[in-house]
Design a protein around this ligand. Sequence first.
Ligand SMILES: C[S@@+](CC[C@H](N)C(=O)[O-])C[C@H]1O[C@@H](n2cnc3c(N)ncnc32)[C@H](O)[C@@H]1O
Length: 522
Amino acid sequence: MTDKRPTLTLKPKAKPARTAASQGGGKPRPAAAPAQAEASKPAQATAPKPSYRPSAERAAARSAPPAPRDTARLRPSHEVKVAPQRDYRPDLKADSLALSLLGAANAVARVRGGSALPQALSAVFGAYEVTPQARGAIQDIAYRTMRQLGRCETLLGLMTSKAPEPPMLDGLLCAALALLDPPQGGQPPYEAFTVVDQAVTAAASHPDFAHAKAMVNAVLRRFLRERETLVEQALKQPLARWNYPQWWIDSTRSAYPQDWEAILTAGNAHPPLTLRVNRRRLDVAAYLEMLRAAGFDATQVGPSAVRLAQAVNVSQIPGFHEGLVSVQDAGAQLAAPLLDLADGMRVLDACAAPGGKSGHILETAEVELTSVDADPARLARVRDNLGRLGLAATLLAAEAQEGGWWDGRAFDRILADVPCTASGIVRRHPDIRWLRRKSDTLQLATLSSKILDNLWQMLLPNGKLLFVTCSLWPQESEAQAAAFAARHDALRLDAPGQLLPASGAGQDHDGLFYALFQKKAA
Ligand SMILES: C[S@@+](CC[C@H](N)C(=O)[O-])C[C@H]1O[C@@H](n2cnc3c(N)ncnc32)[C@H](O)[C@@H]1O
């Protein structure tokens, strides 16, 4: 989505088209429920973190006296670049849609700068010091925008001659368009003219783009007037049609010539909130009863998996804080059973954070578990998650492709849930498609083959290694598994292989890959 548009002016009108949407107005509808489940599992990519100035420093900068005129004279004005005030907290009402739009615009701009959306949102929440309700609204708008970014950018491209600058202004327009133009069949969460009015208020409140408030008004009103023509034109471009970068569409199509459209569509759906029942503490029937008593509608979708009919904040899930359940996709719940665990085994979870599968392993049998992850901050989440479940493992912050951390005692079972492009879990992490580059696939496949080779020497004869990715690309999954089996003369046992993402009454899970290997007896 590199934009090469030269200067920012409004393009001349397309053929005007009157639409029902242009007749809207009136009071705002309530904000959609926050996308809590979406934020519960962060992206695997460790994206570059944005840098901020501490708020005290920002305050000092705001109250600093203006630079003496002489200083300005020393440099021609075109060399003086004003640093964008991304963390500027405008004087907007805490519960206003304008503040939520601005927060979402900020998060979208950070993602475009390389940050993963959960981190971008944390930064925005910290900078704006928003209420929990506003957090929910910002998060909801930001996730909606990520799912429709290709379409919104294409529409903007049709209405302006250059990508709006600074990036937050572009983010604001995309966020507003995402609210005005929900996916097919979707109900707009706010009245159209409220969105326009609040987007203009948001623009006017920010020193970096207050000058563009008339442009924001003009673009959004034009969209409402000419929606039909603009959308029809936009949808001719695959970026707008599918909301993925072209390379992603091409890769999916070449790997799955029959299913690529269904796969791309599944990646744009809202993920369900699926729970794993801690069967050490209670069985699924008892938990379903507990949910019913608390007024929740839910269905069993796997041996330990329960899907809630409505997503809610984790703090509202009955038994969550007490460790009766964890949030985990139904497909991810296949790992622990495939490991064929028994009490007393030594087990390694080599890429463990945030600890979903570590928790499931410990719920399944009395094993001695070592959980390794390269990212110490993410490893802390394993400790927290196991703590909530009342379970414990040895936690090591280390690189799984290296051996320095290993005490030399071989393992009965190894889980290698390796870092990958995460192309199978885009419905939970709609930012991933915009953050990834095509070359990441090869780089990550190279790293995971090093990890697998290193772990194999740590496995006992007859021991089993389960290789897992949440990728859809064969280079990271089946091709990798086949090459590994050949390199090590490993037995390949029964496992699901590539699970394509599915959503529906019967099956509803992310896209994951499973290959199970056994080491031959010595
Ligand atoms: C797919 S996630 C693991 C999810 C986890 N198994 C679960 O179920 O919650 C991959 C993890 O690998 C970690 N990672 C990335 N590179 C690594 C490396 N070289 N060695 C060990 N862990 C690594 C990432 O920090 C990330 O937490």
